[in-house]
Write a protein that binds this ligand. Structure first.
Ligand SMILES: [Zn+2]
Ligand SMILES: [Zn+2]
Length: 406
């Protein structure tokens, strides 16, 4: 069976997350998007955990369901670590996948010996990554820990402020328990392929969505082909890459931390420009927020275009609403965009089916030629995007060239 999985988003109990992130809505909008496996997110939060336990029924080992028969859930969470190692500040976000409610509870119980878990769906702790991996592996080897959005500046393990240049540096010999890394929206597997030390970690892709909008959930996802959907089979597919067909990625320029810059100073730079400026903002004279592309250039030991032998393929696409918003020149949450999206989803079953599978001729029966054409271009990864920076999303470019500012 084909599984399209988004294993990282946030519930309404996480900071800066929409109040609409309830089980009902996640279940409903995952179906519209075309996903069939969702990470519950935030299982460490006591109220959310209770809600999940009361509302989800077991479908198969470690896999649960709510109302939609085709949408399945897996227990996932995220924590944030801030600590010092060798006198240097480190900041790392981790995804946690748990095989069942009992073990999820044991993880939370251990976290509670270290701090509070009830104020945020993504709680913060001061222990080291090494201590974390050791403690969690003592609970169960079936738990999977994955460094989240590894290249992003603030909390990516290899990001500007993450503090590490390799996973080995972060984990020491505990690196043997780490099998995967999350690419994050601002990077894609092709960028990570340039760093040879990452070859042994499987790149996975998730939305990290803070709202149910279909241009957020499932914007990045993992596609598996498995005999049966169980927690163990998902974990094995991630570890061995067998049955892991491809990942869905947004163009990395779309991410909020692709280029460098300052949002408040309204300046953005490519890595080459940032180097010329020695990393200093020409407006406020403070250090720039360094994006993902810059960090890749710093860490890469291979040329652009290198592909490792065991690479998992990927498809690069923007969400449907982003394309329509670009074509109409209107905001993404306007009626015009919504009406067109609904029309397509109603006819073809889900947004991902429209983006991945429906032929140009079939599309033309429902939408004008320009829209049909751009959906196909999107599928082929042929659209260009003005790179995002310092928290600002990238923008689809239909006619303009990429702008640079100095
Ligand atoms: Zn995070
Ligand atoms: Zn500035």
């Amino acid at each position: 069976m084909k599984i399209i999985a988004d294993l990282h988003m946030h519930s309404k109990y996480s900071r800066a997350t929409s109040k609409n992130m309830t089980i009902e809505n996640i279940d409903k909008y995952a179906k519209i998007k075309g996903l069939n496996l969702i990470g519950t997110s935030d299982f460490t939060h006591p109220i959310w955990f209770k809600t999940l336990k009361q509302n989800l029924n077991e479908y198969d080992s470690g896999i649960y369901q709510y109302k939609n028969k085709n949408i399945r859930f897996m227990l996932t969470g995220e924590i944030s670590l801030m600590y010092k190692q060798d006198e240097k500040g480190r900041r790392v976000h981790f995804l946690i996948f748990a095989p069942n409610f009992e073990i999820a509870e044991q993880i939370t119980d251990w976290l509670k010996t270290k701090g509070r878990v009830d104020y945020d769906g993504r709680p913060i702790f001061g222990f080291t990554s090494i201590e974390f991996v050791e403690a969690i592996m003592n609970i169960s080897k079936d738990i999977m820990l994955i460094p989240a959005h590894i290249m992003t500046p603030y909390f990516g393990i290899l990001g500007q402020k993450g503090g590490f240049n390799s996973l080995e540096e972060c984990f020491g010999d505990q690196v043997k328990h780490i099998h995967a890394v999350e690419t994050g929206i601002s990077a894609d597997p092709e960028m990570l392929w340039r760093i040879s030390s990452l070859d042994k970690f499987t790149p996975i892709s998730n939305s990290d969505s803070h709202s149910y909008y279909t241009w957020r959930i499932g914007r990045e996802a993992n596609v598996f082909e498995l005999k049966t959907l169980t927690y163990k089979n998902i974990i094995n597919a991630i570890k061995t890459r067998k049955g892991f067909k491809y990942t869905i990625e947004t163009p990395p320029e779309y991410g909020r931390y692709h280029w460098d810059g300052h949002r408040v100073c309204n300046v953005f730079f490519s890595p080459a420009q940032t180097k010329k400026l020695k990393g200093i903002c020409p407006v406020c004279k403070k250090p720039l927020t360094i994006g993902v592309e810059y960090r890749i250039e710093e860490l890469a030991d291979r040329k652009i275009g290198f592909k490792p032998k065991n690479a998992i393929p990927f498809k690069r696409m923007l969400p449907l609403a982003e394309i329509l918003s670009g074509i109409y020149g209107t905001g993404i949450s306007t009626n015009k965009v919504q009406i067109e999206t609904n029309k397509l989803v109603k006819e073809f079953g889900s947004e991902l089916n429209v983006l991945l599978n429906v032929s140009e001729n079939q599309l033309k029966l429902l939408v004008n030629e320009k829209i049909a054409n751009i959906i196909i271009k999107n599928r082929n990864g042929e659209l260009s995007v003005q790179p995002g920076y310092d928290g600002i999303y990238g923008k689809l470019l239909l006619n303009d060239k990429i702008k640079t500012k100095i």
